[in-house]
Design a protein. Structure first.
Length: 299
C-alpha cells in the first residue's frame, strides 16, 4: 500500500498513513465522536505476502500486555482493541511532535549523539523498561525505531507486539525480533531470559546512538555469523575509543556481555558511574547540536 491510498477505519475520520511496522501499518486518525487524535495500529488477519493466517493468540497477548503496562507516562495510552473481517485494530494516544530515535540519527547522518543527549533519552527509556519488568513484562524488541522522543524532551517506548510475560524467567523460546539487536543467547536457539535480552538490545541501541554504528567489527551478515561476532563482546573502533568516555565504554561492555547472567539488571545500570556522573561542560556544549537537530526536524 502506498501513502496516497485512501483508508477508512470504522468510527474514525481524517485517516492518515504514518508508518509501516513489523506486523502491520500505523495510522493517525480522529475519533468521530470525541474528536480526539489517535494512533491506530492495523494488523491484517492474513499475511499479504505469505497468505498465512496470523495467530490470534499473539494479538491477544499484545492486548493483555498493553493493559498490564497501561498508565505509565512513557508508554502511549492504550484505549481499545477491535476487529473487522480483515484487520485487527489497536488504538493508542497519539504522541504529538515526536520522532523515533532512528529518524533522529538519520537526520544527523548517523554521526552519533553526544553522551549528554544520549543519556537524556536512555535514562527515561530505562525507567520505562524498569516499570515493564516490574510488571513481569519484557519488551523483546528494544531498538531505535521503538523509542520515540518528543519536542518536550520526553521519551516513549512503543510497539509491544513481540512482548512477553515471564520477563525474569529463563524459559522463553520465542526467537522473534530484530536481528541486529538480539543477544547471542537468542541466536543459539536455546531457552533464554527475556529481561536479559532487553538489556542487550538496549545496549546495542545506546551503542548506535553514541557512535552511529553497530557494536560489531564486521558486517552483520547471517545470524550464525553475527553470533560469532557477539561472542567477542562489543567492538570499539579507534574513533569510538577517542569519542566515548571510559565510563560509558565500561557500561556498554557490561550490557553487551555475551553471557546473559553477567549482564547488569536495570537497578545496577541506574547505579553505574556513567548515570551518576554530571555531564562535563564539553558535553553540555556539544548537546547544542542535538537541540539544533531537534529544531531542524521540527521537534
Amino acid at each position: 500500500m502506498t501513502v496516497e491510498t485512501p483508508v477508512t477505519i470504522q468510527g474514525y475520520e481524517s485517516v492518515k498513513y504514518l508508518a509501516q511496522g513489523s506486523q502491520g501499518q500505523v495510522f493517525l486518525a480522529t475519533d468521530r465522536i470525541t474528536k480526539q487524535r489517535t494512533c491506530i495500529k492495523r494488523i491484517p488477519k492474513v499475511d499479504p505476502i505469505s497468505h498465512a493466517i496470523k495467530s490470534q493468540r499473539r494479538i491477544q497477548n499484545e492486548v493483555s500486555i498493553l493493559e498490564t503496562v497501561n498508565g505509565h507516562q512513557g508508554i502511549p495510552h492504550f484505549y481499545r482493541f477491535f476487529e473487522d473481517e480483515t484487520y485487527y485494530h489497536l488504538v493508542f494516544d497519539f504522541v504529538e511532535d515526536a520522532k523515533d530515535v532512528y529518524e533522529l540519527m538519520e537526520a544527523g547522518n548517523f554521526s552519533g549523539l553526544s553522551e549528554y543527549a544520549t543519556k537524556k533519552i536512555i535514562t527515561q527509556t530505562i525507567n520505562i523498561l524498569s516499570y515493564c519488568h516490574s510488571k513481569n513484562v519484557a519488551h523483546k524488541d528494544i531498538k531505535m525505531e521503538n523509542i520515540m522522543y518528543s519536542s518536550n524532551q520526553k521519551a516513549y517506548l512503543i510497539d509491544f507486539g513481540l512482548s512477553t510475560f515471564g520477563a525474569a524467567e529463563n524459559v522463553s523460546r520465542d526467537f522473534s525480533g530484530t536481528l541486529e539487536y538480539q543477544g547471542p543467547e537468542i541466536h543459539s536457539h536455546t531457552t533464554f531470559c527475556p529481561m536479559k535480552a532487553d538489556i542487550y538490545a538496549l545496549g546495542v541501541t545506546m551503542f548506535v546512538m553514541l557512535t552511529g554504528k553497530f557494536p560489531f567489527k564486521e558486517e552483520i551478515g547471517s545470524p550464525k555469523f553475527l553470533h560469532e561476532r557477539q561472542k567477542k563482546g562489543p567492538h570499539f573502533s579507534p574513533a569510538a575509543k577517542k569519542k566515548l568516555s571510559p565510563e560509558v565504554r565500561d557500561l556498554l561492555t557490561k550490557m553487551l556481555d555475551p553471557h546473559p547472567d553477567e549482564r547488569p539488571c536495570i537497578s545496577e545500570i541506574k547505579k553505574h558511574a556513567w548515570f551518576q556522573a554530571s555531564p562535563p561542560a564539553v558535553q553540555m556544549k556539544k548537546s547544542s547540536s542535538f537541540s539544533k537537530l531537534l529544531k531542524a526536524i521540527k521537534l
